[in-house]
Structure formats: structure tokens, C-alpha cells
Ligand binder design. Structure first.
Ligand SMILES: Cc1cc2nc3c(=O)[nH]c(=O)nc-3n(C[C@H](O)[C@H](O)[C@H](O)COP(=O)(O)OP(=O)(O)OC[C@H]3O[C@@H](n4cnc5c(N)ncnc54)[C@H](O)[C@@H]3O)c2cc1C
Length: 450
């Protein structure tokens, strides 16, 4: 049933990704569905969105849910990301958001995003699990001097119009406070968010949901979905679930054959991560890296990086559009040479981990959280535009609250509603390749200007 856009190697649900995160957690035993069960709400996908929905349904509304996960809990992007709790989950500029949704709804969107950023720490405290938080807020670094004016404007708008605490740093302040290296021409600090261990967070959500009565099944992909009167039957290789309502929480891994109304609407894109070996205190001091907060640069195709608790550096980038072995090796080589170029004092440092995963972009360029107009018993929470650590669990909560209160999903307009279907869904890889080529050209052209 899995109809995918990217290379098949990205959908090996039976293999765990050899990531730093997998190497630094202990997974509890997980069960596979081998029987026929009934539930109030079936949830497809055991990542942040699905596990948070299950937890909030059980804890806040006393509603039983059954999570069906094709791989293991957190197998998808939730267990493989950079762990940056940063906002907003949008590829639209503030001006575009305001033009499209109006000022008040944009303000609601930013307020919801700030609320979302607080969720990991509050859930971890309430439910008693560890997300290994690091740093305070996050930084955007100007990789070229001419990006500073845009950052200044952005900080002013966020602060003055939306009440988001932002601070501008000049080049010297940035290098002093965050890290040294080339392409550090100043930056912006947003005092919202932090870094965390994403897989520990996802497993924490899953275990809390289970403890509060939800059922979770791993290695249980939904391979067929049929209607039985008012109910839904979701069929897996080992059994089936009969449910009153369904939540689609499959994000970048959404198969085009899962549901006709979701088909062709998500643009899956690959994100890649390299992690160095632990650095010595001498290396850290040579490179000068005092900060534990996450950093993203101002390229259109961003680089993102952070210091990990055991003094490794995690370095992430996008750019591979197919996912086959050749392009994976090419992006890996490009990332390591870019890493050495940006952090010259770390040239030659070996990498202990490389992995990748799939994020969900869409033509809407903002998340999609809601209820199908054509079938009000089906909810969806997806399309976080590669920014779901804060927003995906929040979206899961919004959907759970809508089901629990029998009210419409209370998402601000930028987060509401499905994205448009791609005109030619099979041309999505080509569309992404063209977009990436355009982004590279745009960055190259802007970098040439003074
Ligand atoms: C390398 C990488 C780095 C990233 N870094 C960051 C970051 O630092 N900060 C940030 O905010 N965001 C980041 N993201 C994005 C973020 O991880 C995602 O937005 C978020 O995890 C989405 O959560 P989710 O639960 O909706 O989807 P996922 O975690 O992808 O979960 C979807 C699940 O659905 C399952 N599934 C699919 N089809 C079926 C089926 N038919 N039956 C059963 N199960 C199915 C999949 O196995 C998968 O586990 C990154 C993503 C990647 C890949």
C-alpha cells in the first residue's frame, strides 16, 4: 500500500536508523498488532503528532486511542531530527502571513507557536520523563554581512508586533557568545525554545500515553483502510483496528495511497545530519564554542547545528532530492566539506554518525491541522515545513482537544486546513529539484552583493 515519492531506501520501516539518538536511548519493548481490536480513535503514525494526540486523548479527555506505527515509535522524523525547538513552522515571511491570513490570525499563529515551544518541557515535567534540554532560545547567524539588515527588520517585527523576545548581535558579540568560525557576521537570538533529545521526547510521549491507557503497536503499518458503516477499519499485516475516528499523523512519510483526500498534497523532502566524534576541550576552545543553543544560518537552504551534551557537534542540511545511494553519498561529502570550511579549526574531525529522514513540505508553506470536510470522523496533523519539534506535538494536542470537546480544531488560520493537491503529483521530485536549484542560485547571487 505504501506509494512513495522518494527512493525506497528511505522507507525501510523494519530497520532502525543508525543515529546518535538511537545510540543514546534505551527503547522499551514494543508490541506488534496481531489481533482484531476496537478503539475510539485510531492514530496512524507513532511520531510526535501521533503520540501527543494519544497522550492528550487519554490524559485530558479519557478517550481510548490505538496508535499504529509502521516502524518503531519515533521511527520517522521525530526520532531523527536535530532536536531544535524553534519557531515558527512556516516558510512564509511575516509579510506573506499577514497578507494571506490577516494580522490577527498571524498574531494567533505566533502566540500558538510560542505555546507549542513550551510543551516539551511542560509535558516532560508533568509526565516525569527526561528530554535532555540544552541551551536557552536559538540563534540565526548571518552567513554574509548583507543578511544582517533583513535579520534586524525581522527581529523588530517579531518583538514589536508579536511580542516575541528577540535580540540582535553584531559579529563580535555573536562570535563571543555563540561560536567562532567563518560566516559569522552577526545574528539574532530568539528567546523562545531550546534544544532537546528528540527520540527521548518521542518515547516519553509514547510511554506516558501507554501508561494512561492508550494502545500502541509498532511494526504495524496500515496497508488498507476501509469503511464499515459509520466506522473505519484499518488493516495491518497482523490484524486490524475498528475505530470511530481516525487521526492521520504520518507527515513526510504519508503514502499517496493512504487516503484519497490526502494523496498528492505533501511534498516529502530529505534532511541529513552528521555528528562528529566528541571534541576535546582544546578543540572546543580553539574553535570557541561556548553556547549549547541551536543555530540556523541565513541560507535559503539552511545549515543547522548545535553542540550535543557529550561535546559532539550535530550538523544538518538539506539538498538531496532523490535519496538514492549515490545522491546520499554526494550530500554527505558536501556536508563534511562545508562543515570543515565553516569551522576551520575542526578540519579533519571525523564523524561518528550520518543519517537522514523525511520532512513534509506543502504548497501551503504552513502546517495543516484539521478535520476532513468530506468526512468529519477523519482528522489530520501534518505538513510542518521541516519544523515540527515544537509544532507537531502541539498539533496532536489540538486534534485531541477537538475530538475530546467535540468542537472544531482550534488552530489559528495559518495552521488550519489541508494544503492544495499538486497539479502533477508524480512531478514533485522535479519541482523540489527546481526549487533547490533556484535557492542555490538565489543564495549565490545575493552573496555576491556587498
Ligand atoms: C533530519 C531531520 C532533522 C530535523 N530537524 C528538526 C529540528 O531540529 N527542529 C524541528 O522543529 N523539526 C525538525 N525536523 C522536522 C521534525 O522532525 C518533524 O516535523 C516532526 O518530527 C514530525 O512529526 P510527526 O509525528 O508528524 O511525523 P514523523 O515523526 O515523521 O512520524 C510519522 C510516522 O508515520 C509512520 N507511518 C507512515 N505511514 C504509515 C502507515 N501507513 N501506517 C502506520 N504508520 C505509518 C512513519 O513510520 C512515521 O514514524 C527534522 C526532520 C528531519 C528528518
Amino acid at each position: 500500500m505504501c506509494k512513495t515519492v522518494l527512493d525506497k531506501s528511505l522507507y525501510r520501516f523494519d530497520e532502525l536508523e543508525p543515529s546518535y539518538w538511537e545510540a543514546t536511548v534505551s527503547r522499551p519493548r514494543e508490541e506488534t498488532l496481531r489481533q482484531v481490536v476496537s478503539t475510539d480513535v485510531a492514530i496512524i503514525g507513532g511520531g510526535f503528532s501521533g503520540c501527543s494526540a494519544a497522550l492528550h486523548l487519554a490524559r485530558d479527555h479519557g478517550i481510548h486511542s490505538t496508535v499504529l506505527e509502521a516502524g518503531r515509535v519515533g521511527w520517522g522524523a521525530s526520532g531523527r531530527n536535530g532536536g531544535f525547538v524553534n519557531i515558527p513552522a512556516s516558510k512564509l515571511s511575516v509579510a506573506q502571513l499577514v497578507r494571506r491570513f490577516g494580522f490577527d490570525e498571524t498574531k494567533r499563529f505566533f502566540a500558538a507557536s510560542v505555546e507549542a515551544s513550551k510543551l516539551p518541557k511542560s509535558l516532560a515535567a508533568e509526565e516525569g520523563f527526561d528530554i535532555q534540554p540544552q541551551g536557552r532560545g536559538w540563534y540565526t547567524v548571518a552567513h554574509h554581512p548583507n543578511r544582517m539588515s533583513k535579520l534586524r527588520n525581522y527581529a523588530d517585527i517579531l518583538r514589536d508586533s508579536f511580542g516575541i523576545p528577540c535580540r540582535i548581535l553584531d559579529a563580535q558579540e555573536f562570535r563571543q557568545e555563540v561560536h567562532g568560525g567563518v560566516e559569522t557576521y552577526g545574528g539574532m537570538h530568539m528567546d523562545v525554545g531550546y534544544a532537546l533529545h528528540p527520540l527521548a521526547y518521542c518515547l516519553g510521549l509514547a510511554e506516558s500515553a501507554r501508561r494512561r491507557g492508550a494502545s500502541l503497536y509498532s511494526a504495524s503499518p496500515v496497508i488498507k483502510w476501509q469503511r464499515e458503516g459509520k466506522k473505519h477499519r484499518l488493516i495491518t499485516p497482523g490484524g486490524s483496528v475498528l475505530a470511530d475516528q481516525v487521526i492521520i499523523a504520518t507527515n513526510g512519510y504519508t503514502s499517496d495511497s493512504l487516503h484519497p483526500l490526502i494523496s498528492g498534497r505533501i511534498l516529502p523532502a530529505i534532511s541529513n545530519i552528521l555528528v562528529t566524534r566528541p571534541l576535546t576541550p582544546a578543540e572546543i576552545s580553539r574553535q570557541h564554542w561556548p553556547s549549547e543553543a541551536p543555530v540556523i544560518n541565513t541560507r535559503t537552504l539552511v545549515y543547522y547545528y548545535r553542540m550535543l551534551p557529550d561535546r559532539r557537534i550535530l550538523f544538518g542540511a538539506r539538498g538531496d532530492v532523490s535519496g538514492d545511494v549515490r545522491s546520499m553519498e554526494a550530500i554527505r561529502a558536501r556536508m563534511s566539506s562545508e562543515f570543515y570550511r565553516i569551522f576551520p579549526h575542526l578540519t579533519g574531525t571525523t564523524f561518528d554518525y550520518f543519517w537522514r529522514g523525511v520532512v513534509a513540505l506543502s504548497q501551503k508553506l504552513t502546517p495543516s491541522v484539521g478535520q476532513l470536510e468530506e468526512d468529519s470522523t477523519v482528522y489530520y496533523a501534518l505538513g510542518y515545513q521541516a519544523n515540527g519539534v515544537a509544532t507537531a506535538p502541539y498539533a496532536g494536542k489540538l486534534v485531541a482537544d477537538a475530538i475530546g470537546t467535540k468542537r472544531p480544531v482550534a488552530a489559528p488560520l495559518p495552521m488550519a486546513g489541508l494544503p492544495a493537491k499538486f497539479l502533477i503529483p508524480s512531478a514533485r521530485p522535479l519541482a523540489l529539484a527546481s526549487a533547490y536549484a533556484w535557492y542555490r542560485f538565489k543564495d549565490w547571487y545575493q552573496d555576491r552583493k556587498a
